[in-house]
Design a protein around this ligand. Sequence first.
Ligand code: FES
Length: 106
Amino acid sequence: MTKITFTTFDGTPIPVEAEDGEVLMRVGKRCEIPGILGECGGTCSCGSCHVYVDEAWRDRLKPPHELEQMMIDSLFTKQDNSRLTCMIVVSPELDGLVLHMPNPNL
Ligand code: FES
């Protein structure tokens, strides 16, 4: 199991355990993380699984591919550390990953 922490917009950490090979968006939905909706089912076409990668982890993830980056670029709340959790597969290298949720009111 790989430990991932989702941090709500108000700063509350929600630690979860994920199976290796599980898509991070599915982890968020299974654990009922507020703001992880996955409305397109993980086809990189809705942006409702958007998170910010903690600065300490930013250089440790593979960069987004072109389709993911295009979707991120369309989001009003995008930042340089934005990622879509439907495009990230859990692996042991992600153990300890910290993610932050965007402002739900934007
Ligand atoms: S679930 Fe739709 S873009 Fe990730």
